[in-house]
Design a protein around this ligand. Structure first.
Ligand SMILES: O=C(O)CCC(=O)C(=O)O
Ligand SMILES: [Fe+2]
Length: 344
């Protein structure tokens, strides 16, 4: 990967913000249920063998497709329900009100309101509100006085509180999952603990209006990979999330009631020297309804260096990526995403 400007991508390919160029064979999502479904309840077990059994399934899924459904994840479904209710109220507000928390008010960060079609050449059809980690809502924080970078709309009753109730649950789920990922990489279970005492933990609510344009002309959200280690998405029942398989076919990640969709993101891909796949995905809302979703993006402390995982490098398989801190990587990606270059 390079951090320089590149030529436009060839036809039949997409170029990602992280520098990769990928072949895409077909443009319509295939209806197949080939994303693995993993019962992750064993990650809460006191029995090491049960945790290890979950980790081995996660290892296969993260390596082969980079996407899986997590069922029996332990997060009370009242939280996503309440969050979706708040999302509906927020996105119904007049644009001027939402623009009071326009994301460009906070340079270099991804927080605040992202209006429709704001960051894309090829026509995103979604609007989003993003919020970042706030130590005050982390029961495990080492520094409760750390200032927050978030911006919040005024006069929207219970908005911040409801979103953070959900965020705190996702924080705890993601810390557990990180231990599973460590086991999945055949590392000690606590190998990443020091990287997530102060994690990168952004969350967003997304609203996809009904799409009238043809799918080749418009995407709810264009093909992209996520920045951090892994993302956990709660989606409503509309469908529309699609995953690019290794053979270049779009696979529909149909909603499974109560399940999360977990996907590997770029920092894990880099640190595992491509053993974990950061899979390209997109959303096209063909449901005829308004779609809502809520991804939680989890990654390592900005101050930490993204070094290669020891089980993923060897003399014959040296590290492919330049070493940098997690913060440097996030800032590079956030600025690229916000500079309207039309890549994802
Ligand atoms: O809306 C979804 O299901 C996924 C959204 C997504 O991929 C993202 O925000 O990065
Ligand atoms: Fe994504």
């Amino acid at each position: 990967m390079t951090l320089t400007e590149e030529e436009p991508p060839r036809p039949g390919t997409i170029r990602l913000q992280n520098g990769q160029v990928l072949d895409v064979k077909s443009d319509s999502g295939r209806k197949m249920d080939s994303l693995p479904v993993i019962d992750v309840s064993g990650m809460y077990s006191d029995n090491f063998e049960r945790r290890k059994a979950v980790a081995e399934q996660v290892r296969t899924a993260a390596h082969e497709i980079g996407f899986f459904y997590a069922i029996n994840h332990g997060v009370d479904l009242r939280h996503p329900k309440n969050t979706f209710e708040q999302a509906k109220l927020f996105f119904e507000l007049p644009t001027e009100k939402k623009m009071e928390v326009f994301t460009d008010l906070v340079p270099n960060e991804y927080v605040g309101y992202h209006p429709l079609e704001h960051y894309s050449r090829s026509g995103h059809l979604c609007e989003a509100f993003n919020w970042a980690y706030d130590a005050k809502f982390d029961p495990e924080t080492l520094d409760p006085n750390e200032p927050s970078i978030n911006i919040w709309p005024t006069g929207v009753l219970n908005f911040k509180e409801t979103l953070f109730e959900h965020h705190t649950q996702m924080l705890s789920f993601s810390r557990r999952m990180t231990r599973i990922f460590a086991l999945a990489l055949h590392l000690p279970e606590d190998a990443f603990d020091m990287y997530i005492q102060r994690p990168e933990a952004g969350m967003r609510i997304l609203h996809y209006p009904q799409q009238e344009a043809a799918e080749e002309d418009q995407n709810g959200i264009g093909a992209h990979t996520d920045f951090e280690c892994f993302t956990t998405v709660t989606q409503d029942d509309c469908g529309g999330l699609e995953v690019l398989s290794k053979d270049g076919e779009w696979i529909q990640a149909k909603p499974i009631p109560g399940a999360f969709v977990v996907n590997i993101a770029d920092c894990f891909m880099r640190q595992t020297n491509d053993f974990f796949v950061s899979t390209v995905h997109r959303v096209i809302n063909k449901s005829g309804k308004e779609r809502y979703s809520c991804p939680f993006f989890f990654g390592f402390d900005r101050k930490k260096i993204l070094e290669a995982v020891p089980t993923c490098v060897s003399e014959s398989n040296p590290m492919k990526y330049p070493i940098m801190t997690a913060g440097e990587y996030y800032a590079w990606r956030a600025n690229k995403a916000k500079s309207q270059r039309g890549e994802y």
